[in-house]
Design a protein around this ligand. Structure first.
Ligand SMILES: [Zn+2]
Length: 304
């Protein structure tokens, strides 16, 4: 049996000044080196440092796969793609990689002046270097084949990428398997507008379970397994937060940020997450986005 020397290395991008907040994954086998997620443009120097620590440079990348085109996942793509390194994305997201003007403008509406500091704007990718990969489609680079698994719920253009190698299954989950508070097993769920969809997301979790993956790689952040029950906790927390917010939307008709945060803190503390750690990772904008995401989803859903 030949060993392929597949290596998956999460590079910590220091997103929003925090450790273990966002990753790009350097996936290498032989002399082929692929990046899954580019991270935000504002973190390009941390990405370069991470690559340097792995004894390589941006110019040596052979491909870039992104789970979706939000700026924390694909924002640096335009700084990475080249004649050698093309980018692969969901068909509904790919066109924005070549023409990111609308993407940057809508991010500016959400983040305002914090956009340049925390995320940065996406530079356009050359259209000939952007490839649309449909659900079930695949990308083969060197000896590695990545299969696209459409996983909606967080965004309407989200893929998880499955890599099967030497009997091991790796899934790069993007945001479809939630986020994790560093150092804990507590998941937080970015239920952002305008595309959050509870039912689609629940189905995506089931699709990820069915891959029987040995390794789930979370962009926010790191490595979990299916056996650990992390996906079940994501499902549980997501449904609980949707129920909580649905009550708030129906009864109070406005976002009550303190109540939302206090509710979340109780749940986090039950999982051993100290309040000060939660505060660092779940800022007011996180709660506001989840409220807006659930509101928007409810307004699209036919109520009984
Ligand atoms: Zn994200």
């Amino acid at each position: 049996m030949t060993l392929s020397n597949l290596r998956v290395l999460p590079l910590d991008l220091g997103y929003m000044g925090q450790d273990e907040s966002a990753a790009a994954f350097l996936v290498s086998m032989g002399d082929t080196r692929i990046l899954v997620e580019s991270g935000p443009a504002a973190c390009i120097h941390r990405l370069q440092e991470g690559l340097r620590a792995a004894s390589m440079t941006i110019e040596q990348l052979d491909g870039l796969l992104v789970t979706h085109i939000h700026l924390d996942h694909a924002g640096a793509s335009g700084l990475l793609t080249s004649e050698r390194c093309h980018v692969y994305a969901h068909p509904r997201g790919a066109k924005h990689l070549a023409d990111p003007e609308r993407l940057n403008a809508s991010a500016y509406r959400v983040f305002g002046s914090a956009l340049d500091l925390e995320l940065g704007r996406m530079e356009p990718n050359h259209p000939d270097r952007v490839h649309e990969i449909p659900d079930g489609g695949s990308v083969t680079l060197g000896g590695m084949t990545f299969e696209a698994l459409e996983t909606l719920g967080h965004a309407s253009h989200h893929h998880a990428w499955i890599l099967r190698q030497d009997g091991e299954v790796h899934v790069f989950c993007g945001d479809a398997a939630g986020m994790r508070i560093p150092g804990t097993a507590f998941p937080t769920i970015p239920m952002v507008p305008p595309e959050f969809d509870l039912h689609a997301w629940t189905e995506s979790l089931e699709m990820i379970r069915r891959t029987n993956a040995d390794s789930l790689w979370l962009t926010h952040f790191g490595h979990v397994t299916i056996e650990s029950g992390f996906l079940d906790d994501v499902e549980l927390e997501m449904h609980a937060e949707v129920d909580f917010l649905t009550d708030m939307i129906i009864n109070d008709e406005m976002h009550l940020p303190e109540r939302h945060r206090a509710w979340h803190q109780d749940r986090a503390e039950a999982h051993g997450v100290p309040a000060e750690i939660l505060e660092v990772h779940c800022r007011p904008a996180f709660y506001r986005a989840n409220y807006d995401g659930v509101s928007r989803w409810l307004s699209k859903t036919t109520k009984p």
